[in-house]
Design a protein around this ligand. Structure first.
Ligand SMILES: Nc1ncnc2c1ncn2[C@@H]1O[C@H](COP(=O)(O)OP(=O)(O)O)[C@@H](O)[C@H]1O
Ligand SMILES: [Mg+2]
Length: 331
């Protein structure tokens, strides 16, 4: 057996003229919670579907548990539990019947299915809803049922495609906790895709930022943030007609490079950001350059994304907390 749960080497998937996956290489160790973070159309689902051999790769190679996904797709499918993007449970069936149906699809023995039903409903904190129709469940409960359903055949790897889309904050947190528990207590390696920065930050021990079918950055959330700045990010909002002059002033007076996205200017500062904040404010005032706001924060994955792709997730003037509802920019 390979030491890696998943290995992907220079994977390419073309749909006619469109290169959806453009040479992705990554290795995911056993026991990791790994996140593919990227905006809509980045190539996340395509990558996952290739791993399950639901799509044929155009070129490149991928191994799951050491098995080649093309040559040994049967073995690979046994190792993986999949929670697809558009997850559905059978609304006309009870929670237990949903699981039973799935167990039979995997041709598990009936007594094992019964054991699994109790175990998995407990894991999803749905034991008391065992005989209730899944269609009556809240979105969060249905999603938890869908997740444990994917564990019916005891896979060592769980793959989830945008598992928390459409969930409110509470249900999202509950799902994160379930996934952490599955990872910690059952030793299941988790690969998930997400457009939510906070999800990647809170849940994943490593992240690959993917855009236009390419990995743009890879590391732990802390590594990614530190790659942007070891110190603080100063953020200045100003009318766009002033941004050029403001950037020039910062360069002239402080020898610091800034990046700009619309009306938002960001500057990396390594020391004493409070002092810097004061100095910049007074210089701007001297030169009569009006600003809307100036603030500072520790680097976030949003800053990483801005640096890498040149565009940012616009939110409020205060970007210290990345809202869980905040998504990467659309296309
Ligand atoms: N079956 C397909 N045929 C043609 N184009 C596709 C197909 N599936 C995905 N694409 C295109 O490939 C790109 C990546 O899609 P996808 O992997 O679904 O992105 P993501 O999951 O990151 O949103 C998109 O531009 C999408 O339109
Ligand atoms: Mg997708």
């Amino acid at each position: 057996m390979s030491e890696y749960a998943i290995e992907v080497y220079d994977l390419v998937k073309k749909f006619n003229d469109l290169t959806a996956v453009d040479g992705i290489t990554l290795k995911i160790s056993k026991g990791e919670i790994f996140g593919l973070l990227g905006p809509n159309g980045a190539g996340k689902s395509t990558t996952i579907n290739i791993l399950l051999h639901l799509l044929e790769p155009t070129s490149g190679k991928a191994l799951v548990g050491g098995y080649d996904i093309v040559k040994h797709s049967r073995e690979v499918k046994k190792l993986i539990g999949l929670v697809p993007q558009e997850t559905v449970v059978e609304p006309e069936l009870t929670a237990e019947a949903n699981l039973r149906l799935f167990g039979r699809l995997y041709e598990l023995p009936e007594d094992e299915i019964e054991r699994k039903i109790s175990e998995l409903l407990k894991l999803a904190e749905l034991s008391e809803f065992r005989y209730k129709l899944a269609g009556t469940f809240s979105g969060g409960m249905q999603r938890r049922l869908a997740v444990v359903k994917a564990l019916i055949h005891d896979p060592s790897i769980l793959i989830l495609d945008e598992p928390t889309v459409g969930l409110d904050v509470q249900n999202r947190t509950a799902l994160w906790n379930l996934l952490k528990k599955i990872n910690r207590e059952r030793g299941v390696t988790i690969l998930l895709t997400t457009q939510y920065l906070e999800e990647a930050d809170m849940l994943c021990n490593r992240i690959a930022i993917i855009d236009h079918g390419k990995i743009k950055a890879l590391g732990t959330p802390a590594q990614l943030k530190q790659s942007i700045s070891k110190g603080f990010i100063i953020e200045i909002f100003a009318e766009q007609k002033y941004t050029k002059d403001i950037i020039a002033l910062i360069k002239r007076k402080f020898r610091l490079e800034s990046s700009v996205s619309g009306d938002r200017i960001t500057v990396n500062v390594s020391e004493d950001p409070v002092d810097f904040l004061g100095k910049v404010s007074s210089e701007l005032e001297k030169e009569k350059l009006p600003i809307v706001s100036i603030s500072m924060h520790m680097p976030t994955l949003d800053d990483v994304f801005l640096k890498i792709t040149g565009s940012s997730i616009r939110d409020t003037a205060n970007n210290e907390v990345v809202s869980p509802t905040m998504r990467l920019r659309g296309r």
